[in-house]
Design a protein. Structure first.
Length: 357
């Protein structure tokens, strides 16, 4: 596993940080000091417009609380770890941006652990928590890094862990999480294709064991069942969550005896791979096959044709996950339990049309 330190300020460098006060942040944002404090400590109690103004001021000034003094006073490292499947994924890059904004506002440094979609088989991350090398962990990958022994050792304490983005494994189901309604979003995407008169709709997802796309597949199947549409063998296919994997899976779908007229992809990278492969075969999107993606990454609106997709508020997910982790660390428990659902949106562009006769 590969560690990438981000915004990591070592003790010797603390004296080099500009002495920026919360007053300067408030002045630049055009709000009161109390509002700045509320944005940092209770962001859910301010409007998005105000929160964005304060965040921009924090960025411009480089303001952060006195992390060194806080560390001495509270006996903490003021470092959190973020575990994610792939640091190169555009969606996770946006989530990390939100995490860094909130981390800076709360005086934390962040290190990232890139799993490259590999399952964790050791206790390295759990051991870091137990030995106080980091104050908490945000899991953007939905597998558990903790053995039963680690969980048992901390059973009387509240592990400072927050789940972001996706559904979690059963052993992590009781941890707080921040994500969209993946089932509902997948149903909405599939129903949009159905509303455009498609009946032969395939879905491209991750491996059968992938928790990253499990709920999205569930939503797709629910929409197809509700519309009384069949799902033929081979129509639910593994695209490996990558462009290369999607190209191979698309070839299989195009060679299917009953070729689908539309493909719902569980992420935008696979949707982009689909479009490329369909066009390479001399077909057109959406005239011959319609495509819907998921995530609304920055490439979605510039690909040809622009991609219809489900938009997730990636920056907001990152910010909210970080703020929840901070509350969990400060209180040794999360002040609000369960899942925090943020809204998604279907973004309609030009990659979907009614099936040709």
């Amino acid at each position: 596993m590969k560690k990438m330190p981000v915004d990591f300020v070592v003790q010797q460098e603390v004296e080099d940080i500009p002495d920026v006060s919360i007053k300067e942040v408030a002045r630049l944002a055009g709000v009161s000091i109390a509002t700045v404090s509320r944005c940092i400590n209770k962001p859910e109690k301010v409007t998005e417009k105000t929160r964005l103004k304060v965040q921009d001021a924090i960025y411009q000034t480089g303001y952060s609380p006195n992390t060194l003094a806080q560390s001495f006073r509270r006996g903490r490292t003021n470092i959190v770890m973020v575990v994610l499947p792939s640091v190169g994924d555009p969606f996770f890059s946006a989530v990390m941006r939100g995490i860094r904004v909130a981390a800076r506002a709360k005086g934390y440094s962040v290190i990232f652990e890139d799993t490259q979609f590999n399952e964790m088989t050791d206790d390295e991350l759990g051991a870091m928590l137990v030995s106080n090398q980091v104050d908490g962990i945000i899991l953007l990958a939905s597998m558990s890094p903790f053995s039963n022994e680690i969980l048992s050792a901390k059973s009387r304490l509240s592990l400072p862990v927050v789940i972001g983005c996706e559904t979690v494994s059963p052993e992590l189901a009781n941890f707080p999480s921040v994500h969209i309604d993946n089932i509902g979003a997948a149903k909405e995407a599939t129903n949009y294709l159905i509303s455009q008169e498609h009946q032969r709709i395939a879905m491209m997802c991750g491996q059968a064991s992938s928790l990253l796309t499990k709920d999205r597949e569930f939503g797709y199947r629910a929409a197809m069942k509700q519309a009384k549409l069949p799902i033929e063998d081979g129509w639910v296919i593994d695209g490996d969550l990558t462009i290369a994997g999607a190209r191979k899976a698309t070839r299989n779908l195009m060679n299917h005896v009953n070729r689908p007229t539309a493909i719902f992809c569980a992420n935008d990278e696979m949707a982009i791979g689909c479009i490329h492969e369909i066009k390479s075969a001399g077909l057109q999107v959406p005239r011959d096959i319609s495509i819907v993606g998921f995530d609304d990454i920055r490439y979605a609106e510039v690909i040809d044709p622009p991609l219809t997709t489900i938009s997730q508020p990636a920056d907001e997910i990152g910010e909210r996950a970080m703020y929840r982790l901070c509350r969990r660390i400060d209180a040794n428990k999360d002040v609000s339990s369960g899942s925090e659902i943020v809204p998604h949106k279907l973004v309609v562009r030009q990659s979907v049309a009614k099936p040709s006769s």
